[in-house]
Structure formats: C-alpha cells, structure tokens
Design a binder for this molecule. Structure first.
Ligand code: PMP
Length: 434
C-alpha cells in the first residue's frame, strides 16, 4: 500500500490536476475530502484538517438510495469480484447481465422488452436517440431525425443529450449553433398536483403535429425535471405526450435516470400517468449508487424496426457494456428495494420533508418550497451563493450541494426520521445563508 498523503498535499494535487463536475481548472473551491461513508453518513476532512461526520442529503446525485457501505451490496460486489469483475460483452454473455435485463423488463411498463446496458446515464440517452433515429431510417423515413422536448430539462452532458437540455438556463448554451437543433416546447406549467392546463396541452400537441414529419422522438424527464431546475409537473402532460406521439407517429422516450427506482413515490415516474414509453432510460439508482451503469429499454416494435433496416444492427457497443460487477450490484440493489415496503419508506421521507421544510416559505427571498416523494426543494428568488450555503449546511452536520437558485435534497431511503429533520434544518440554514 502506498503511504497515505497528507490532507494538504492531496488537496493541492487535486486542485492542480483533477477536473471536478462543472469545475474550473485549476479548481477554485476546496472540496471536502471523503475518507469513508456508511449508512447515511459521510466522514469528511476539511482543508484545515478538521474531521466531521455529515448526514448525506444528496444520495450522491440521486443514486445511493440504500445508503453507503451496505452489507448486502458489498457482498454482491465481493462475490462477483471473486468470479470476474469484467469481460467483454461482444460474443460473450454472463448471468449478472442476463438476470438484470430480464428483471428490468419485468419491473418496467409492459411493452418494454429489450435492454441495452450502457455505462452511464448520458450514454444511455445517446443510445436511446440512436435507437429512435435508426428506427425511422430503417423504416425508410430518414427525415425523421429531430427531437422534441420541453424547456427546463436535463439529459446529460454528451452531445445528443446536451441538445435537449434546457437551451437557455443550462450550462450548454455555449454550444448553441454547434449542437443539433431540436424543437422546444415551453416548460410545463404548474405543479405535480395541479390539473393539466389545456392551453399548454394544446401547445405541445400543435408542436408535435407541426413537426411530425421531421420528429424521430419526443424525449422528456417524466414528472420531475431534475438538474434543469428541480421542477415538478402534472403526470397528465405525459398522457398528452403519449396520445400526440401515437397520433402523429413519433416515438416517446422517457428519461427516468433520476426518477427511476421509487424516488418520486412511484417505482417509475411513468406510473403516475399510467403510460408506457417506446424507449426508457435508467441509471443512477440502478446500482444503488455503487458503480456506473445505465440501461436503455425499448419495445419490440422499435427493436424489430431497427432489425429490418438496411443496417440491421444497433451499432453501439461500449467496452464496459454489461459490466458484470455493476450488474451484480444492480441485481442486489433491486432485490433490496423490492424486498421491502419501499413506497412506505419514500412516503415516510416525504412526510418528514413536508414537515421539516414547512417553515422555509417564511425565509426572506424564498420563492417556492416543494416536495414530491423523497425530493425536497427550496427555490430562492436569486442565485445561491453556493460556498456560503454549503458551509451553512456543513455547520448543521449535513452534506448538500445547492445549484443555481436551488437548495434541495433527495436523501437515501434509509434515512431515519431524526436525520431527515436534520437535513431539513440544514436546507433552511443553507437557504438563509445562500
Ligand atoms: N438524465 C437525467 C434525467 C439526469 O438527471 C442525468 C444525470 N444528472 C443524466 C441523464 C446523465 O447521467 P450521467 O450523469 O450518468 O451521464
């Protein structure tokens, strides 16, 4: 084992050499150093060398739903590690991937039957787009190659996903003119419980009808728009999309990378609307936050359409496709989730968040407070001072990562009531400081 590095040395090397998400080079803000994590607690050291234990309010960006260092997931990883951590997937297959694909088909909406195991959420969206474009190409309609989405979305940082992220608010406006030019509807209005606005429904229907000849697919995040602004909308709009897509021969892709596996109170957010997409993307909580893996599922109609084309294969095959270690942990994570009353746990956290965030609306310059499932959001009327807000949360013993005008939390489902209350107190403290 190499000698452990001193905290200062590590942070200096980090600043000089390591890109962080959406970070400058060299780094400006000093990250906290995580030494270990278990349950819902992260053990961190700050730049002054002071140690602290923080309750995790982020589930490592929606993924660590069972908390950290979980004995069942650890055992699944260890068992698989002793067999093999990876083999190529071209010409070979293995039980963890086959079991996972079959399980995903079993638990997702009925017509989804075929699974592409990709290596990250963004790649699974690339694959979804490729499936849709290739489907129409194979059916002799290559002109159907654009995508429609609504504003305020986020689908990842690679090229096609960037083209359907919010064109104004996100980080990707730098690339307008370079990215494929997609069709944007307005952001869905209202909240989760509001009835769908017929004018908005008409707006979306009209856009789909007008562009039908050039649209391969509509792609949206169902019910919760995550990194594009943490907005919730009526499931009724998903039914509108489904109907309009069917009527005008356009495929529907649901990106459930953030919403999947119970986060919104339904196992998949499409369940709130009782609809099924033609293509669905999953990721993040798929492996309980242990390893990077995502999945793109499609219907037999899409798969057969592709297979009947001039190029009858889906030409995509990443090196780490179907990674056995990630698949084994994903299988264990799904067993763990479905082996308990997960909906009750998410409801319990939802109640805790509602209670704990109720006072946020009285904080000066708070614009909105909203809770859905195990997601709590406090929206300010201005950009958050991220460093000040994060410091306030850390002082309250909680890890949060605010962005734009948002202080928000999506705790692991195993977070106890006291820790949920603590997270809420930290959100309030961060909102006051931020
Ligand atoms: N889609 C959605 C809805 C997401 O929230 C994210 C990640 N924040 C992605 C796609 C991209 O996933 P990844 O970061 O694993 O590439």
């Amino acid at each position: 084992m190499p000698e452990p590095l001193a905290v200062r040395e590590l942070l200096d090397l980090d600043r000089e050499h390591v890109w962080h998400p959406y970070g400058p080079m060299p780094g400006r803000a000093e990250p906290l150093l995580v030494e270990s994590a278990s349950g819902v607690r992260l053990r961190v050291t700050d730049p002054a060398g002071d140690r602290a234990e923080l309750v995790d309010g982020m589930s490592s960006w929606w993924s660590a739903i069972h908390g950290y260092n979980h004995p069942v997931l650890n055992e699944a990883a260890r068992g698989q590690l002793d067999r093999m951590s990876h083999v190529m997937f071209g010409g070979l297959t293995h039980e963890p991937a086959v079991r996972l694909a079959a399980r995903l088909v079993e638990i997702t909406p009925e017509p989804l039957r075929h699974v592409f195991l990709a290596d990250s959420g963004s790649v699974s969206v690339e694959v979804a787009v490729k499936m849709c474009l290739q489907y129409w190409r194979s059916r002799g309609r290559p002109g159907k190659r654009r995508l429609l989405t609504w504003r305020g979305g986020y689908h990842g940082d690679t090229w096609q996903p960037m083209s359907v992220c919010d064109p104004d608010g996100g980080m990707h406006h730098l690339w307008s003119g370079v990215l494929p030019h997609q069709v944007f509807a307005d952001t869905p209005p209202g909240g989760f419980d509001d009835p769908p606005d017929p004018r908005y429904a008409a707006h979306v229907r009209e856009l789909i009808a007008r562009h039908a000849d050039e649209l391969a697919a509509v792609i949206v995040e169902p019910v919760v728009q995550g990194a594009g602004g943490m907005r919730f909308h009526s499931p009724g709009y998903l039914r509108v999309l489904r109907e309009a897509c069917d009527e005008h021969d356009v495929l529907l892709v649901l990106d459930e990378i953030a919403t999947g596996f119970g986060r919104t109170g339904a196992l998949f957010a499409a369940g709130h609307a009782g609809i099924a997409p033609d293509v669905m993307c999953l990721g993040k909580a798929l492996t309980g936050g242990y390893l990077t893996m995502a999945a793109t599922l499609c219907t037999t109609r899409v798969a057969e359409g592709i297979s009947r084309g001039e190029v009858p294969v889906l030409a995509h095959g990443p090196t780490f496709m179907g990674n056995p270690l990630a698949a084994a942990v994903a299988n264990a994570s799904i067993d763990l989730l479905l082996g308990q009353d997960w909906a009750l746990e998410v409801k319990r956290i939802e109640s805790g968040l509602r209670e704990g965030l109720a006072d946020a609306s009285s904080i000066a310059r708070v614009r909105d407070v909203r809770v859905l499932g195990a997601i709590g959001v406090v929206q300010l009327d201005h950009e958050v001072d991220i460093a000040a807000a994060t410091r306030a949360a850390v002082r309250s013993g909680v890890w949060l990562r605010p962005f734009r005008d948002l202080v928000y939390t999506m705790p692991p489902y195993v977070t106890g009531d006291e820790d949920v209350a603590r997270i809420c107190a930290a959100v309030l403290a961060a909102a006051r400081q931020g």
